[in-house]
Design a protein around this ligand. Structure first.
Ligand code: ZN
Length: 310
């Protein structure tokens, strides 16, 4: 079982830097900081709301060889991200075939049963924890449909990075560990890819690698030289077209070649005038405020004149 006091919980900046300098190169100080933030955030929610919140006890490897340290970190992450199983003697497991403890709804963490749906309502930690390099949040990376952008629960797999889809997810802390695991594995893959054995395997399977010199893939730009001086003009147009509906740059692509055959610029005076007019009409509320202010000024003026007379 997990032990409930984690040594790196109250780490100082210096201790964190020391931990980051050892072992896995990808586990940088920034990554460790995000990890701590995830844990602290979860604990805060636990303290203020009545949600049972777990603590993930990940101990970064301090192995002197960074590659071996990463391998160890990956192994540990797999272990920590395994969905919780029922014990062998639990009747649910042997009689009903329900092997996993938390496998009922996509708002629950498969490892610790934390109610993530409830957690999001109080404090969306997925939005606050982000990748230390790209700055993208866990929410953007894992909880949004990439096509529609709609929120969508992350679905955990029974073998962490492969296997069957479960009916469950990862809480912010486990989600962050899962994200780190993905990064570490990607880095490992990248290094294995450079291994000469890997290349030989590919060649055996009929895959050959041809390096294309950069100069030979020069962009094919069909713009005639004479038209190039108009580029700043078009850049200006494109910029203004974003501000007003009165400017439109229309491109007609040739259906056969896909090339831009005809470009038209449309200035629509009617729309310009309409937009100008709309800018000058204040909203109802603003107009009322103006009227009140006007009345006050008028009153003051009258009053001032009155006293002057006496
Ligand atoms: Zn969890």
């Amino acid at each position: 079982m997990m032990s409930w006091n984690r040594p790196q919980q109250n780490l100082t900046e210096a201790e964190l830097a020391m931990l980051a300098a050892q072992g896995n190169n990808q586990l940088t100080q920034a990554a460790l900081q995000e990890m701590l933030m995830a844990q602290q955030g979860m604990q805060e929610v636990a303290a203020t709301q009545n949600i049972e919140v777990p603590k993930v006890n990940f101990y970064p490897s301090r192995h002197a060889d960074p590659k071996k340290a990463r391998r160890k970190d990956i192994k540990q992450a797999y272990k920590l991200l395994q969905p919780a199983k029922r014990s062998w003697i639990n009747p649910f497991r042997w009689a009903l075939g329900r092997k996993y403890r938390y496998n009922k709804d996509t708002g629950t963490c498969v490892v610790d049963g934390c109610n993530c749906a409830n957690l999001i309502q109080h404090d969306n930690l997925y939005m606050k924890i982000s990748d230390e390099e790209t700055g993208r949040s866990l929410w953007e990376m894992y909880w949004q449909n990439p096509v529609t952008g709609q929120p969508e629960a992350f679905i955990a797999l029974d073998k962490v990075s492969s296997g069957k889809k479960m009916r469950g997810t990862y809480c912010p802390e486990h989600m962050h560990l899962y994200h780190l695991l993905n990064k570490w594995e990607a880095e490992e893959d990248k290094q294995n890819e450079m291994n000469p054995n890997r290349l030989r395997d590919k060649v055996k399977r009929g895959v050959s690698i041809v390096t294309v010199p950069i100069s030979s893939v020069k962009k094919n730009d069909p713009t005639p030289a004479m038209l190039q001086k108009y580029e700043p003009f078009f850049a200006e147009l494109e910029r203004d077209a974003g501000k007003t509906k009165g400017i439109n740059v229309l491109h007609y692509a040739n259906p056969a070649t896909g090339q831009n055959d005809v470009t038209m610029v449309v200035f629509d005076l009617r729309i310009f005038q309409m937009e100008l007019q709309q800018m000058n009409i204040p909203t109802q509320a603003f107009q009322e405020m103006l009227n009140v202010e006007n009345a006050k000024i008028q009153q003051n003026l009258d009053g001032g004149l009155g006293t002057g007379d006496v």
